[in-house]
Design a binder for this molecule. Structure first.
Ligand code: ZN
Length: 380
């Protein structure tokens, strides 16, 4: 169940060429007559306008709310934007539609929660697995803070529009999915060594979704209908598993902690933001090599046998960083931090500190907790 008892039912999810019509029928079924479409300038042109036209043709007149860009050239989910959004949602509004990528969704999620309104997700790029999430990562007082808000009541993803999303966004979605290589391995570790909650079924769903993406990377790179459909479905499965379990372990391990650390440092120094999935993909390639090295490290013998067994079984068989980088490149995305302008010092810093961001056990935690054995050698 999502916030305030509204379930995100599987029947309220549509991915395909008729998503706009499905959204219209959903509004009609719910008797909602005053939707507002929240978007930014780009996503209004790419998707908001055609959606509004479709709704209008079906007798539903939607208001539009275009979120202003910040100096850096993109909308940001910070106090200024959130306040702007809240005061610009008209009194008669009965449902909010997020037409955009991750940030537009986070702004909408927060506004919907504050105003006690349902919201519908209408993603414009297959860029991230967080569309269905209840948590909104916001920038509060210059720091990234995730607060619990609400999940969408429905999601309609139009593959005709998603096909035309910028290639960097699609590649970022693929990067966010590849991150599951290390997050699933870390989840196995947290289950075996820290007794953290685990779900066999959840792990299998996310793993299958991950491998669908790897197997269809050429289609994803080419932006074919099949490729986009597979990537979007994978991202949604990952999001739904997190929603069902009420934690993000299947989809967020050490690679996400590294990405968050880097993001926060770049925010502090006012550097332009990098797409979430781009950072996650690069982090996954780096971390996979570190984990593989850990799994065959000679000092592993000095840890208790259950540690040794768990580490070897979770990490030994991971694909190496070069293979992961190759997959990222084949989908048209960046494959190493150098390519996205993240300095080596910052990556090193993240490897040594990112495990402190969350109270969650990962391979990064193990390496840093046994710094005398591994850290100096592995985390450079
Ligand atoms: Zn992610």
């Amino acid at each position: 169940m999502t916030e305030k008892g509204q379930p995100l039912a599987y029947s309220n999810i549509g991915i395909g060429a008729t998503a706009k019509e499905e959204l219209l029928r959903f509004l009609q079924k719910k008797c909602w007559k005053h939707p507002v479409i929240v978007c930014d300038r780009n996503t209004y042109e790419a998707a908001g306008r055609v959606l509004a036209d479709e709704l209008k043709a079906g007798g539903v007149k939607a208001a539009k709310l275009i979120i202003p860009e910040h100096e850096a050239g993109a909308a940001a989910a910070d106090e200024r934007t959130l306040f702007y959004t809240l005061i610009n949602i008209a009194e008669e509004t009965d449902v909010i539609i997020a037409a955009g990528s991750g940030t537009i969704h986070d702004i909408t999620r927060f506004a919907a929660y504050q105003r006690g309104l349902p919201f519908i997700s209408f993603p414009t790029a297959p860029s991230v697995d967080g569309f269905t999430s209840a948590g909104a990562p916001l920038i509060l007082n210059g720091t990234k803070t995730t607060i619990q808000t609400k999940a969408p009541i429905a999601l309609f993803a139009d593959t005709n529009l998603l096909k035309d999303a910028p290639r960097s966004m699609t590649a970022a979605g693929f990067g966010d999915m590849l991150g599951k290589i290390t997050s699933l391995a870390d989840w196995e570790i947290s289950r075996r060594l820290a007794d953290e909650p685990y779900s066999e079924a959840g792990a299998k769903l996310v793993k299958d979704a991950l491998w669908q993406c790897i197997d269809h990377r050429a289609d994803i790179a080419a932006g074919t209908e099949t490729g986009i459909q597979i990537l979007m479905e994978a991202l949604i499965v990952s999001g739904l598993v997190m929603l069902a379990l009420d934690h993000s372990r299947p989809a967020s391990g050490g690679e996400h902690h590294i990405s968050h650390w880097i993001e926060m440092e770049m925010l502090k120094t006012k550097q332009p933001p990098i797409l979430h999935g781009a950072k996650v993909g690069c982090a996954c390639a780096v971390l996979s090599d570190i984990y593989k090295e850990l799994a065959c490290h000679e000092k592993l013998a000095e840890l208790p046998p259950n540690f040794r067994e768990a580490i070897q079984s979770a990490y030994e068989g991971l694909p190496d960083g070069k293979t992961i980088a190759g997959w990222l490149t084949s989908a048209g995305g960046p494959a190493c931090f150098d390519e996205i302008g993240v300095k080596k010092d910052l990556v090193c810093d993240a490897l040594n500190h990112a495990h402190t961001l969350r109270d969650r056990y990962t391979g990064l935690t193990i390496i840093n907790e046994h710094a005398a054995l591994f850290a100096h050698h592995l985390l450079q």
